[in-house]
Design a protein around this ligand. Structure first.
Ligand SMILES: [Zn+2]
Length: 417
């Protein structure tokens, strides 16, 4: 493919849409999912019961050798329900939104998504529920196959409780395409939290993640291979004790207990808080070399010193909203420039890339890039800029492999929650 660069923006700036579209990375659903309790299977009775999966990668098909991963997308959503129930306006308020009320708003909310309406809906975040719902297996198969045709081998689906996850549908895609999928465990953002979240202890939250990593999602037998995406947003307001902070602390403990890595949904708009999220994880005992800071957007990209200071702490910085159809609001070019700059400054071993597909507007079949931006646009561009192949291989293959490969469980006593 010719190394062209991000398309000309398709639509004018769309102010109302910005906030939430960025926060993609996930979907949510109605009350049944939102109030879903932890799966029934018990947590292993002792730490010794947690299997040592070190040196292996857990996929939907089970453990595999890391060499089987190949080119990997680290932050995607094959299936997601990224909407909120209209009978719970308080959840909408957490996003600064209100439920559709007028006849026009309700009509737009309820109409099926069509390609014809793509531009309009990109500028109307959260105004059409179907646009934020990826649930069709055949569609996912086609999108995955387009990625495979470009050499892609593995996708990490970071759809956590509140917006999914959807293990059985993913298994069907895996069976039909041969793609490797690694699933994430955890809890999505505050607006999607289970209604009893405030009453759940850090122990309970840790147990939920450990269970999905070791015995699986519900009774499916399909196990998670990474922790996240785990949000780090309300730390702005309550760095010590918000529910999201407690989930972060639980993630740190689950990571130590199982050897799985953690992938973080960073606050896209408050980049000065990126270190705070790392502080919380570090304080809770996380191994920072097992932490991925996701959602580095143009705002973080514009602060090279900040990015280098994060890398210096040992975490990965992940540019995972590349090729977004809202290019005016989330311009891809600054992120690609930041990737190139970081590589040239010797940090190619700490960079990850992805596209965060989470809406119908992003699908290839609807005129977006689907899962293909990294392979068809980013990589040719970096090559044209003179970035050496080993550095590109780090982003696509070696870094994902290092992150997804379990390390030995830490059987030492965990810090109290
Ligand atoms: Zn996210």
């Amino acid at each position: 493919m010719s190394p062209r660069f991000p398309r000309v923006p398709e639509a004018p700036p769309l102010r109302p849409s910005r906030r939430a579209f960025l926060e993609c990375g996930a979907a949510a659903l109605g009350a049944t999912v939102l109030t879903r309790r932890a799966a029934a299977a018990p947590v292993p009775a002792t730490l010794q019961a947690i299997p040592d999966q070190s040196g292996r990668v857990m996929t939907v098909r089970g453990l595999i050798d890391p060499s089987e991963l190949g080119p990997t997308l680290m932050h995607e959503h094959l299936f997601i329900r990224f909407t909120l129930p209209t009978d719970q306006p308080e959840r909408w308020a957490r996003l600064g939104l209100r439920v559709p009320e007028t006849p026009e708003e309700l009509a737009l909310w309820n109409q099926p998504f069509t390609v014809r309406d793509r531009l309009k809906l990109m500028g109307a975040f959260y105004r059409n529920q179907d646009a934020y719902n990826l649930d069709d297996v055949a569609t996912a198969v086609a999108e995955v196959q387009a990625y495979q045709a470009l050499g892609g081998r593995t996708i990490v689906d970071v759809t956590t409780t509140g917006i999914g996850p959807h293990p059985e549908k993913i298994r069907e895609v895996v069976e039909r395409t041969g793609i490797n999928v690694v699933m994430g465990t955890g809890f999505y953002r505050y607006a999607w939290h289970p209604s009893d979240m405030a009453r759940r202890s850090i122990d309970d939250l840790t147990a939920h993640m450990v269970r999905e990593l070791t015995t699986g999602f519900g009774n499916t037998g399909i196990r998670a291979g990474i922790i996240g995406e785990i949000p780090a947003e309300t730390i702005e307001f309550s760095p010590k004790e918000s529910d999201e902070v407690r989930v972060l602390r639980a993630a740190a403990r689950a990571s130590r207990l199982t050897g799985a890595a953690i992938t973080v949904h960073s606050d896209l708009r408050r980049v000065h808080r990126l270190h705070t999220a790392v502080d919380v994880l570090e304080d809770a005992g996380a191994d920072l070399s097992r932490v991925v800071l996701g959602h580095m957007t143009h705002e973080a990209a514009g602060q090279p010193d900040l990015l280098e200071s994060l890398v210096a702490r040992g975490v990965y910085v992940q540019f995972d909203i590349l090729g977004n159809p809202l290019d005016v609001e989330i311009p891809t070019r600054p992120m690609v420039d930041a990737i190139e700059r970081l590589i040239m400054r010797g940090h190619s071993e700490r960079i990850l890339v992805s596209q965060d597909v989470c809406t119908k507007m992003q699908l290839l079949q609807n005129g977006g890039y689907g899962f293909t931006f990294v392979a068809s646009i980013l990589v040719p561009w970096l090559r044209r800029q003179g970035v050496p192949s080993p550095a590109i291989d780090n982003l696509l293959i070696h870094n994902p492999r290092r992150v997804l490969t379990f390390v030995a469980p830490d059987r030492a006593p965990q810090r109290p929650g």
